[in-house]
Design a protein around this ligand. Structure first.
Ligand code: AMP
Length: 507
C-alpha cells in the first residue's frame, strides 16, 4: 500500500505541479505486481461485503489509501477507470464511525457532497455509492435538475450522509433550505473539467463558500487545463496528484481511425463499418441536438435499433434511452456530448464521431467510452473538409499526428460531387455539396418527408440543457472557464470573482 502511495505525486497548493509535467504514477517495474485486493485495505466488513470486485483498479489502488489517510487528492481519471469507487469507498469507510440506524434526520446529516456535471453522471455515481453502502446504515441520495424537487426534498429532509448533486439543483435546494451543509466533511468534484466547460464555475464557487473550511476535498478530472489547476489550487489543500494515464492522452487500446467523409457519405461509412466489423453496439456522437434527432431517425429507417440522447429529451426519456442501451435493446445511441460523460457501458466496442467535436477535449472523452477496462475498442471519426481547425486542436491535445484516410465505400451510390465550405462566424463551419454532373434523364428519387423536421425548432421547457448549450459552443480563444455561462444559470448565482481573483490561499 505504501508503494502505491509513493507512486502518487505530492503537490503543494501554492506551487501546483502542472499535470502534464508530473511524472506518471505507474506500477512498479519488473516483476509486475499482482493487482491489489480490496480485502487488504482497512475497510469495514459491511463495505467489503458490498464490493463485488476482488481487486482494485489502478486509480483505486493509488487513491484509496490516500483518501483514507485524509489527504486531498487530485485524480486524473476518466469515467470507466473505477474512479467512483476510488473516492466513494474510502469516504464511506471514514463515515462508518457515524453509522446509525436511527430514524431521526438529525442523526443523518450530509457529511459527503459529490458534485457532478450532468444528471447522467450524478445518477450513475449515486447508484454506485448506494451499492457500496448497501450493507451499512449510511444513506445516500441524488439531486439533479429537470425533475420535480418534491421527491428529492422528502429524501433530503429524511437525512442522508452522502449527497450526490448537479450544482444548479443543489443551489435550488440550498435556497429552499431543504438541506443543511454545515456538517459536510468531504467534498468531491467529479469531472471537474466538464463542470467548468459547462459554465458551472460560479455555482461551484457559491456552493463551496457554504461549506465548512475544514474538510477533505477530492477533485477528479479527465483532462487538466490551466483552469482545473487553478480550481485545485484554490480549493484543495496540499493535494496529491494521482494518475493512471497521462492526462489528455487517449487510451492506447483504442484503435483510432479518421476517414475523409462528406455529409452524404457519413452514414453509409458507419453502416459499412458496423457490418464489416460485426459491431453490435456503439455510440454515434453528433454536435447538435437537432442533428442527433435527425440522424437517429435516419438510422432507424435503415433498420438499426436506434435511440437519441440529447438535452431536448425529457429527463425520463433520457434515462429510459440509457437503460435500453445498457440492456442491449438498442444498437445505436446517437448522442450529443451529454452522453460522453458518465455513461458507463461495459465493453462498448466502438464509438463514432459523426461530427468532429468543437472542443478537442470532448474527443478524448468521447473515445473514452470504448476500450474500457483493458478491452480493445474502435473510435472512428468522420472528417469533412471544414474540420481542419478542429482536427489541428485534437492533434495538439493528443500530441499525435493524425492520418486522415480515404474510406473505401462498397457501393458507388451517387454521382461525383464537389464540395465547398463556408465558414460561419465563431469558427463553426458547415459544408455544402453540389452536384457537378449534368442532370440525367432518370429523375432523382424524392426524399422521404418527415414532418418532424418541417416544424420549427422548439426547445423542450422540461429539459435543462445547461451543460449542452455550453458544451456545444466552440471555445473562443481567450475565453476562460466560466465565460459565457449558460442562459439558464440565474443571474443571482453569478459571482464576480474568478479563480485567480479569489485570493484563497491555504496553508
Ligand atoms: P467508474 O470509472 O467509476 O465510472 O467505473 C466504471 C465501472 O467499473 C463501473 O461499472 C464499476 O462498477 C466498475 N468497477 C469499479 N471498480 C472496479 C474494479 N475494481 N474491478 C472491476 N470493475 C470495477
Amino acid at each position: 500500500m505504501q508503494q502505491q502511495a509513493d507512486n502518487a505525486q505530492p503537490m503543494n497548493s501554492n506551487t501546483l505541479v502542472p499535470a502534464a509535467s508530473a511524472e506518471v504514477a505507474s506500477g512498479p517495474s519488473a516483476p509486475e505486481a499482482p493487482p491489489a485486493r480490496f480485502d487488504t485495505l482497512p475497510l469495514d466488513a459491511k463495505l467489503l461485503a458490498a464490493i463485488e470486485y476482488p481487486t482494485m483498479s489502478p486509480i483505486q489502488a493509488k487513491a484509496i489509501p490516500l483518501v483514507l489517510e485524509g489527504r486531498d487528492v487530485m485524480g486524473a481519471a476518466q469515467t470507466g477507470t473505477g474512479k467512483t469507487a476510488a473516492f466513494s469507498i474510502p469516504l464511506l469507510q471514514k463515515m462508518m464511525k457515524h453509522e446509525n440506524a436511527s430514524m431521526s434526520p438529525a442523526r443523518h446529516p450530509v457529511r459527503a457532497l459529490v458534485l457532478a456535471p450532468t444528471r447522467e453522471l450524478a445518477v450513475q455515481v449515486a447508484a454506485n455509492i448506494k451499492k457500496y453502502a448497501s450493507k451499512s446504515n449510511l444513506r445516500s441520495a441524488v439531486v439533479f435538475g429537470g425533475m420535480n424537487m418534491k421527491e428529492q426534498t422528502i429524501e433530503l429532509k429524511a437525512g442522508v450522509e452522502v449527497l450526490v448533486a448537479t450544482p444548479g439543483r443543489l443551489l435550488d435546494h440550498i435556497e429552499a433550505k431543504n438541506c443543511n451543509l454545515s456538517q459536510v466533511e468531504y467534498v468531491v468534484l467529479d469531472e471537474a473539467d466538464r463542470m467548468l466547460d459547462i459554465g458551472f464555475l460560479p455555482d461551484l464557487q457559491r456552493i463551496l463558500s457554504y461549506l465548512p473550511k475544514q474538510r477533505q476535498t477530492l477533485l477528479f478530472s479527465a483532462t487538466f487545463s490551466t483552469e482545473i489547476k487553478k480550481l485545485a489550487q484554490s480549493y484543495l489543500q496540499d493535494p496529491i496528484l494521482v494518475e493512471t494515464a497521462r492526462p489528455n492522452e487517449t487510451a492506447a487500446n483504442v484503435e483510432q481511425r479518421f476517414y475523409r467523409a462528406d455529409d452524404d457519405s457519413k452514414r453509409l461509412i458507419i453502416r459499412q463499418i458496423l457490418r464489416d466489423r460485426a459491431i453490435t453496439q456503439s455510440i454515434v456522437f453528433v454536435n447538435s441536438k437537432l442533428g442527433a434527432a435527425r440522424l437517429a431517425r435516419s438510422f432507424e429507417r435503415d433498420g438499426l435499433r436506434t435511440t437519441a440522447l440529447h438535452g431536448d429529451k425529457s429527463q425520463d426519456e433520457r434515462l429510459k434511452a440509457l437503460d435500453a442501451f445498457k440492456r442491449g435493446e438498442v444498437d445505436l445511441l446517437v448522442a450529443t456530448d451529454v452522453a460522453a460523460r458518465g455513461i458507463d457501458i461495459a465493453a462498448l466496442p466502438a464509438v463514432f464521431n459523426f461530427d468532429i467535436p468543437f472542443n478537442a477535449e470532448d474527443y478524448v472523452h468521447r473515445i473514452g467510452r470504448t476500450g474500457r477496462a483493458g478491452a480493445s475498442g474502435l473510435a472512428v471519426s468522420l472528417v469533412t473538409g471544414s474540420d481542419a481547425r478542429l482536427m489541428t486542436d485534437i492533434e495538439k491535445l493528443i500530441k499525435k499526428k493524425i492520418d486522415v484516410e480515404t474510406f473505401a465505400l462498397e457501393v458507388e451510390r451517387r454521382p461525383e460531387r464537389a464540395s465547398f465550405t463556408r465558414e460561419r462566424q465563431g469558427g463553426d463551419s458547415e459544408s455544402y455539396s453540389r452536384d457537378v454532373r449534368p442532370v440525367r434523364s432518370a429523375p432523382r428519387r424524392s426524399q422521404p418527408v418527415d414532418p418532424f423536421f418541417d416544424k420549427p425548432y422548439e426547445p423542450d421547457p422540461s429539459a435543462d440543457p445547461v451543460w449542452e448549450d455550453k458544451a456545444a459552443t466552440p471555445t473562443m480563444p481567450g475565453a476562460g472557464a466560466g465565460a459565457g455561462v449558460s442562459r439558464l444559470i440565474k443571474p443571482k448565482r453569478k459571482v464576480a470573482a474568478l479563480l485567480c481573483g479569489l485570493g484563497i490561499t491555504r496553508s
